[in-house]
Design a protein around this ligand. Structure first.
Ligand SMILES: [Zn+2]
Length: 310
């Protein structure tokens, strides 16, 4: 069983392959992630059960069966857990993530549609509800992405979209701290202020450009520092601009610009997930996180993903 003081996850690909070499091994691990304090039968509250080949946990007292994957992002999947585990491993251990075509190839899936849907399901497990807001000194800016852009090679399939970006600044040096990115409808004060309030701790120092849309943030309980082009003619907000450049490169590189605007936020979530953990020493810990969050994130069907309109 996993706990903070005794982490239980494979540390590299060798350990991963060795450990998850059968459905049974995957079932056992998923079981421990879903019920870290031990299984409790929903029917008779008995504390012992075992998983069978149909991914059903059977109570050893009353034989009630509970699905191991029901209520998780894997719900309804008939594919082996071995494949899901490998998809999760690739998604979190590859520095630039993986495209649907790439995942299809690696797993030997028959359709790109399945790979595409799996990636979208996994993206939903990347954002933890109630995650901590950014704090300290935070640079905030808004930008367009998509369409044809000077200085960016290639062309995004979606028309221009507006995003808001916040970057926590390290106290020392020029390194980038944690980030948040949101697809926003416009650059109005209300959209920008909503973004800041949702993502930055009150009392933080916020660096922005002179755009009037940010004017209300001081009244909201933030300190604001306006950086003007005259302060640094080349790049008044270097941290935010660096993140935006990396994001554009990722969308055009890994995804070759084939991102639909209605799904953009989920791609942004994946980018943020990977960026905020890029210095993590244990890649296996990321895998374990994503597996755990996948077991806690409710299911969504392919139809629901496609139908999404916002
Ligand atoms: Zn029972």
């Amino acid at each position: 069983m996993w706990n903070e003081s005794c982490p239980d996850f494979p540390r590299n690909l060798m350990e991963f392959d060795k450990r998850f070499n059968s459905e049974e091994a995957c079932r056992e691990y998923l079981f421990a992630q879903r019920w870290p304090n031990g299984f409790r039968c929903p029917s008779c509250a008995h504390g012992h059960g075992w998983t069978n080949k149909r991914n059903l946990v059977e109570c050893s007292n009353c034989n009630h069966q509970t699905s191991l994957i029901a209520g998780t992002i894997m719900q309804g999947s008939r594919k082996p857990l071995l494949m899901w585990f490998r998809a999760m491993w690739w998604v979190c251990t590859q520095k630039t993530g993986i495209s649907a075509a790439g995942l299809k190839r690696i797993l030997g899936l028959k359709s790109t549609q399945t790979a595409w849907a799996w990636l979208h399901k996994l993206r939903r497990a990347m954002i933890r509800a109630g995650r901590e807001r950014l704090s300290g000194r935070v640079q905030v800016d808004d930008a367009f992405i998509g369409g044809e852009e000077p200085g960016v090679k290639g062309r995004q399939s979606f028309k221009k979209a507006r995003i808001a970006v916040a970057v926590e600044m390290k106290e020392t040096g020029r390194g980038l701290g944690r980030i948040r990115i949101q697809h926003i409808p416009d650059f109005s004060a209300s959209s920008l202020i909503d973004f800041v309030r949702q993502n930055v701790e009150l009392g933080s120092v916020i660096e922005t450009d002179g755009w009037k849309g940010y004017n209300p943030i001081e009244k909201m309980g933030f300190q604001r520092i306006i950086l003007r082009i005259s302060d640094s003619p080349e790049n008044p907000l270097p941290h935010v601009n660096r993140v935006i450049a990396l994001l554009k490169r990722w969308l055009l590189g890994t995804h070759q610009g084939r991102v639909s605007i209605k799904h953009l936020q989920h791609y942004l979530d994946e980018f943020v997930f990977r960026h905020n953990r890029r210095k993590s020493k244990d890649i296996g810990l990321l895998f374990q996180r994503i597996l755990k969050q996948s077991s806690e994130t409710g299911p969504i069907t392919y139809r629901e993903i496609v139908r999404k309109t916002t």
